[in-house]
Design a protein around this ligand. Structure first.
Ligand SMILES: [Zn+2]
Length: 81
């Protein structure tokens, strides 16, 4: 049997406890579902006058272009005009 002093035993006890906590932490966080940050397609606007693409999440029907200050209307038929 090999001999251990008190400081080595305390060190091994603390390190083994930290290792167990770390392994449990990784095991339980592996199944966690992280939120996805996806920009909605409705927030992306393309100006019909200057073709500037911008994001406006506060307006849903009519939005003002920050580049040329013209108003753009979003509807399915003139979406890609
Ligand atoms: Zn514009």
């Amino acid at each position: 049997m090999f001999r251990l002093d008190v400081s080595t035993m305390v060190f091994l006890y603390i390190m083994s406890s930290l290792l167990v906590i770390f392994v449990l932490w990784i095991f339980f966080e592996r199944t966690a579902i992280f939120p996805k940050f996806v920009r909605e397609e409705a927030d992306v606007w393309e100006c019909a006058i200057c073709c500037y693409t911008y994001v406006d999440s506060t307006h849903h029907e009519i939005s003002q272009c920050p580049q040329c200050s013209s108003f753009n209307k979003k509807s399915p038929e003139d979406r890609f005009v």
